[in-house]
Ligand binder design. Sequence first.
Ligand SMILES: CC(C)(COP(=O)(O)OP(=O)(O)OC[C@H]1O[C@@H](n2cnc3c(N)ncnc32)[C@H](O)[C@@H]1OP(=O)(O)O)[C@@H](O)C(=O)NCCC(=O)NCCS
Length: 204
Amino acid sequence: MAHRAWFPERLTGRLVELRRHVPENLAAFERWYSDPEVARLTRYQDGPMRREEVERFFHLRVVGPDSLALAVHVLETGRLIGTCAISQLDGDNGSAMYHITIGELDAWGHGYGTEATRLMLGHAFEGLGLHRISLSVFEFNQRAIRSYVSCGFTIEGRARESIWRDGRWWDELMMSILASEWSDRSTEPRTPAPRERARATVES
Ligand SMILES: CC(C)(COP(=O)(O)OP(=O)(O)OC[C@H]1O[C@@H](n2cnc3c(N)ncnc32)[C@H](O)[C@@H]1OP(=O)(O)O)[C@@H](O)C(=O)NCCC(=O)NCCS
């Protein structure tokens, strides 16, 4: 069974540090998830979460005893900018789902989320010994798709026209990465994937 003890106190990268969430982080969650732009990218429902929904989510999924969520902090300043998690841990099949929200809008596009995802994948595959990590992402969220591709995720399916947003239908993409793909990548030099390669995979 999933247990918080499976997660280290912190995972440290070059740009960010992932730390256990503390109860005081609730205020940041309330701010992040009441933002319409964050809601547009992360929610099936049209519009932000209500305050009581955020509180329930935080207590159950973020600081709850079985949660596998970590806070994303900027390494240099310690600033809390987001959260990432694995969920639906399936021990029989070695699989789990991955989620990330950088909730501070001015922290988007600086590589923080991408590094947080790499740290989580490293822990999931090398620490927890998982076999497969999957996620879903809305087709219009190109920043997220590029970030996931650069971490090694592959598009494996799409739920066609399942999201109504901004006055039109969009697909929801299913992406995954396997342990073997992660270990192949981790023996490669640690330079970012070339933009062209990422773009080609997104468009295939
Ligand atoms: C998605 C998210 C985790 C990405 O993390 P990030 O640190 O902002 O991403 P990066 O700065 O590493 O950028 C990732 C890629 O997107 C590109 N990018 C940046 N801004 C972009 C934009 N406005 N549109 C399209 N691509 C963009 C970057 O150039 C980079 O691509 P490259 O590797 O080919 O150069 C983060 O932005 C986030 O949490 N956003 C809000 C919530 C969300 O969308 N969560 C995911 C739901 S599935």
